[in-house]
Ligand binder design. Structure first.
Ligand code: KIV
Ligand code: ZN
Length: 519
């Protein structure tokens, strides 16, 4: 293993040709661009709660809001400032007097000033000439600096702005006193190479730190952000869970871990708090993090395939690029059709369920069967399947084996079931009708099993193991013979009729086993 843990040497090979900065700052825009996510609106209390969490996460800048948009927004920004957090608190403002005064009124540490610079925006949206926009940008930067705040300037729609003019405006705001400039890829149209080139070009004309703000319209926000770092960008705008306007912003957790693990640049961010922060935003926004989301998704450190589980149990680095603890996550072994016996055994050990080799094989086969039907298997399902298998005799010793059970039912037909069993090696087929599908199947079973006439069904109990209409059915039956001996047995299947027949067959096998012992 190399010094960076599980990461291979390839990153080092390519790093030689890059102009990587020593440090990259994380400008968090969850509370501003993140709140522009369709359907998301934070209450002032929620904004404060999120700001505290971002402070705990140790991002470098918290963009708390856009004060001009409403009284409530302005108050929220002020309240966040009153929290007196360690992190730099920033407010967004267009390059206009009214916006700037409102933002300055919040006593923030920094102002993020912006004006659109692409011809498309200037003509269609702002009705300004390039010269007019440049003058507004410069005037607003000067005014903000007169008020003693840190100033970051964004040329909105920079990636669709003519390069000569873009350079001119960034140079002008630097001369006006801006502390950092930001390159927004407002509609996410850049590619990594374009972002690398653009950053390189802008770096030729400005000396202040360069930041990037990438949107995810083509799913490239994180790649574009780190590409900019390859040619010297010193700050990235990002939002927790990739929240933001339309398809969102670069996901903060992905940016941070990519920089840290693949580029060996360690942002200040306390990575162990990433999952906690992501979950907080998930709860507050109601927008679920997809399970397969990198770093923070439920499946980010879950392993199902037998080969993978075997590898991870021997040495986590075989199938984990980073350790789950580093981001506040945990490793999970999941069960499904790809599951191997070793994973099942491991899970059973955790549940303290002992099995024979045959029972383990039977449990694994049943899990694969359920997985084949596209269902998710939970710990509770595993426990129930295991108990049903471990509670029965090994396959070879079973007197009765269920071969097939079918039922026809509906609002206009009488429930009818046919059943095929092997009883001590002899094939038997029977059928019956009943008041419902389960009743019909149990009657069909009794129909072909003359030798159980003395057994009465004392109790029948059905549980759904997990919620949802595809939950496993867990059936327990209590059978009683004429001497009042009880035979309690379970059946667990994804079909209630099969689970019921299985429970009955397991009970009957116990009854046969007892009779055998007595004879
Ligand atoms: O996407 C964008 O251009 C923005 C600006 C306000 C920087 O969010
Ligand atoms: Zn944006």
């Amino acid at each position: 293993m190399n010094k960076k843990g599980y990461i291979g040497e390839f990153a080092d090979t390519y790093k030689k040709d890059l102009n990587l900065p020593d440090e990259v700052k994380i400008f968090d825009t969850t509370l501003r661009d993140g709140e522009q996510t369709p359907g998301v609106s934070f209450t002032p209390d929620q904004k404060i709660r999120i700001a505290r969490q971002l402070d705990e996460l140790q991002v470098d800048v918290i963009e708390a809001g856009f004060p001009i948009v409403s009284k409530g927004e302005k108050n929220s920004v002020k309240k966040i400032v009153d929290e007196d957090l360690d992190t730099e608190i920033c407010a967004l403002s267009r390059s206009s007097d009214e916006d700037l005064e409102t933002a300055l009124d919040c006593n923030v540490d920094s102002i993020h000033l912006f004006i659109a610079t692409s011809d498309l925006h200037l003509e269609k949206k702002l009705d300004l000439t390039r010269e007019e926009a440049l003058e507004k940008a410069v005037t607003s930067v000067e005014k903000a600096k007169e008020n003693g705040v840190i100033v970051e300037f964004s040329a909105e729609d920079a990636t669709r702005t003519e390069l000569g003019y873009l350079k001119e405006i960034y140079e002008a705001v630097e001369n006006a006193g801006a502390d950092r400039i930001n390159i927004p890829d407002t509609v996410g149209v850049a590619t990594p190479k374009a972002m690398r080139n653009l950053t390189e070009e802008i770096k030729k004309v400005v000396d202040i730190p360069i930041s990037v703000h990438c949107h995810d319209d083509f799913g490239l926000a994180v790649s574009n952000s780190v590409a900019a770092v390859e040619t010297g960008a010193e700050q990235i705008h990002a939002a927790i869970n990739g929240l933001g306007e339309r398809a969102g912003n670069a996901s903060l957790e992905e940016v941070v871990m990519t920089l840290r693990s693949l580029y060996d640049i360690k942002p200040r961010v306390k990575t162990e708090a990433l999952v906690k922060t992501s979950s907080l935003l998930e709860r507050i926004t109601g927008i679920q993090v997809p399970p397969n989301k990198a770093i923070v998704g439920d499946n980010a450190f879950a392993h199902e395939a037998g080969i993978h589980v075997d590898g991870v149990l021997k040495s986590p680095g075989t199938y984990e690029a980073l350790s789950p603890e580093l981001v506040g996550h945990h490793r999970r072994i999941t069960l499904g059709k790809h599951t191997g016996k070793k994973s099942v055994k491991k899970q059973l050990d955790e549940l303290e369920i002992e099995t024979t080799k045959e029972q383990l094989e039977e449990i694994t086969a049943r899990l694969k069967d359920i997985g084949d039907k596209g269902k998710i298997i939970t710990d509770a399902d595993l426990r129930a399947i295991a108990e049903s298998v471990v509670g029965t005799l090994p396959r070879e010793e079973k007197a009765v084996k269920l071969k097939e059970a079918t039922v026809t039912t509906g609002s206009t037909v009488t429930p009818t079931s046919s059943i095929r069993l092997s009883v001590k090696g002899e094939d038997r087929i029977g059928s019956a009708t009943g008041v419902g599908p389960v009743d019909a199947a149990i009657k069909a079973l009794r129909d072909v099993m003359g030798e159980i006439s003395e057994l009465s069904l004392k109790e029948y109990h059905l549980d759904a193991i997990t919620g949802g209409s595809d939950a496993l059915a867990d059936v327990t039956v209590k059978l009683e013979d004429k001497d009042n001996n009880l035979y309690i047995a379970k059946g667990v299947r994804d079909d209630v009729v099969l689970a019921s027949v299985e429970a009955m067959v397991n009970g009957i096998n116990r009854y046969f086993a007892r009779k055998e012992e007595e004879s």
